[in-house]
Design a binder for this molecule. Structure first.
Ligand code: NAP
Length: 268
């Protein structure tokens, strides 16, 4: 697969690395275009791929063009690439909050996949939700699916509305998790644990619980009940969380992220 990247930042690098690991493509078939000379040099040395600062040159021979720039760089990119794509090329965008209509119009191109990955993609543990325009062929959908599978799990949806919802849940989700870890570790320190021990206890508890959930095949509510004996320590903590409106607070947080995702994508 001949693949070009516009933007070789954190996500671009993660995807290049995963594609090479999974042998979906080989270094001579990958070109990264990036405005930063330091990034180009780094990526060329690390992966032996082709690099350029010329976006038009980068896309010329590619079968798949992966857009991995920040949303704020898009206004500059669209006019530069408008009309430059051949009808058969696939554009795969991971740019947060930029909807397919904007890309279709801005690039004058119809074969577009929009994906929403998340940061654990950097270690192949991400999850992406993606959709494609009707013009994208079955083979191109398989390509997109295999690229996204290289950085973790992937879920195809046939309605773009789910992308903003996924943004609020899995896109922003790692930050919710990290915040909860920070809060738990701070609470551990508050009751007298040394900081590094609190951190270790919390981290392994989160990882272990996640793996237990995955491997046991049980529902989270069932596993929660199993550690919650009546009148016990866990019950005391959960009662406090309930009193503070924990579930409702999480719901409001996710709704706020969803609202913001729609606003950024130009919807209300
Ligand atoms: N990071 C994540 O976990 C994550 C998760 C889901 C979705 N996303 C989305 O993925 C996209 C990329 O994120 P990222 O974290 O990889 O961003 P990033 O690290 O900032 O990478 C973007 C790269 O593209 C370069 N660039 C900017 N404008 C360009 C242009 N016109 N032509 C060529 N290169 C250009 C940037 O250079 P300069 O820095 O010099 O501008 C930078 O090296 C964003 O839309 C983000 O929302 C990211």
């Amino acid at each position: 697969m001949k693949i070009a990247f516009i933007g070789g930042g954190v996500m671009g690098e993660a995807i290049v690395s995963a594609i090479l690991d999974k042998r979906l493509s080989r270094p001579p078939s990958i070109t990264v275009s990036d405005v930063s000379q330091a990034r180009r040099q780094y990526l060329e040395q690390k992966f032996g791929i082709a690099v350029t600062d010329d976006n038009r040159l980068a896309i010329a021979k590619a079968e798949v063009v992966l857009l991995a720039i920040k949303p704020q760089s898009l206004a500059e990119l669209l006019p530069e690439l408008n009309g430059q794509f051949k009808p058969g090329q696939l554009v795969l965008s991971i740019i947060a909050g930029v909807n397919i209509g904007t890309l279709r119009r801005g690039l004058s191109h119809n074969r577009v996949v929009r994906a929403m990955p998340n940061t654990p993609a950097q270690i192949g543990e991400g999850i992406s939700v993606w959709t494609a325009t009707a013009e994208v062929t079955e083979m191109q959908k398989r390509w997109a699916g295999s690229i996204l599978s290289a950085i973790g799990q992937q879920i195809y949806v046939d309605d773009e509305k789910y992308l903003n919802m996924a943004t609020a849940l899995s896109g922003s989700g790692p930050a919710y998790f990290f915040l909860f870890i920070e809060a738990l570790a701070a609470a551990g320190e508050q009751i007298g644990l040394p900081a590094d021990m609190a951190q270790q206890l919390v981290l392994q508890t989160m990882l272990g619980s996640g793996h237990l959930l995955q491997k046991s095949g049980k529902e989270p509510a069932e596993l929660r009940r199993m550690v919650t004996s009546p009148g016990g320590t866990t019950a005391a903590a959960l009662a406090e969380l309930e009193k503070g409106g924990f579930n409702n607070l999480v719901e409001r947080a996710v709704s706020a992220a969803y609202k913001r995702a729609k606003e950024l994508g130009g919807e209300q």
